[in-house]
Design a protein around this ligand. Structure first.
Ligand SMILES: C[S@@+](CC[C@H](N)C(=O)[O-])C[C@H]1O[C@@H](n2cnc3c(N)ncnc32)[C@H](O)[C@@H]1O
Length: 260
């Protein structure tokens, strides 16, 4: 079988899993309880009949996906104490974005971190602030007006894609976002297409299992889980930085050559 044919068969198998699990969502006797965790070696979706109240009754790669943090909670993202609690200043240092880079802030929310990153990449760099909620996109567009044309661009994402051009980003960063993507596999695959070969994708997630992190369980992730899900779509692990009080920063590379 050629490489193309192998990939096609793999994609068909994945689609089948998706179809089966969507059917399960409307067919009660096929649904599973949260405890019915499969031992999949590959990441797959499973519809749940019951689950954690903070989740969307859908499991991916043996973790329940969290509900999206609604725009009504935007003030929490902009709270003054966030800098000292989460050391956002240190996070920006860790991300190490440089002048001239084209950076995607994926799930940008109120744009607080997009602006901090833009300070490091301007005047020649460009920020793409992306969000799925129209209310967040509206706020981001207001921010964009304060900058020179094309320096702060805004994109409306969908559940499946960030809607960015192919091979356009040097770096894509998701701060407190990945755990609430409704279709993590498809979204990550589409994000991978938007990143240049050899470019970087960074996951910033609240540390699971750490009693000092005052965040709801489904809104936290372990580094092992992030690595598993990222490598399952072909990302190459680079490093993890665990110096922040609440979050792990996990860096991956898009391979220079991707399989056809
Ligand atoms: C907890 S907020 C974090 C916002 C920002 N990254 C920050 O740290 O200030 C998560 C954001 O991810 C966004 N989000 C969820 N699913 C998304 C998707 N499929 N595409 C783009 N953004 C998404 C939500 O709308 C929300 O604004």
């Amino acid at each position: 079988m050629t490489m193309c044919a192998t990939k096609l068969v793999k994609n068909m198998q994945r689609s089948l899993v998706l179809v089966v699990t969507s059917v399960a969502a409307i067919t009660p006797f096929q649904s599973r309880s949260e405890s019915a965790v499969s031992n999949n070696t590959q990441c797959e979706y499973v519809a749940l009949k019951t689950g954690h109240p903070d989740g969307i009754l859908k499991q991916y790669c043996n973790r329940q996906i969290a509900k999206v943090m609604g725009w009504q909670g935007a003030s929490w993202l902009d709270r003054a104490e966030r800098e000292s609690e989460e050391r956002t200043d240190q996070l920006i240092d860790i991300l190490n974005v440089k002048p001239g880079m084209i950076v995607g802030d994926i799930g940008a929310g109120t744009g607080r971190l997009s602006m901090l990153m833009l300070d490091r990449i301007k005047p020649t760099g460009q920020m793409w602030a992306v969000d799925v909620q129209a209310e967040m996109v509206g706020r981001l567009k207001e921010i964009a007006q304060k900058y020179p044309k094309h320096q702060f661009e805004v994109k409306q994402a969908t559940a499946l894609t960030p809607n960015l051009q192919s091979a356009s980003l040097d770096m894509a960063i998701m701060v407190d976002v990945y755990h609430e993507l409704e279709f993590p596999r498809e979204f990550l695959e589409a994000l991978l297409v938007s990143v240049k070969p050899g470019g970087t994708i960074v996951f910033v997630e609240y540390r699971a299992g750490d009693p000092k992190v005052p965040i709801k369980r489904l809104h936290t992730m372990t580094v092992a889980q992030i690595k598993k899900e990222a490598s399952d779509v072909g990302l190459v692990f680079e490093k993890v930085v665990s110096d922040l009080p609440w979050q792990d920063v996990v860096f991956f590379k898009k391979p220079l050559l991707t399989k056809k």
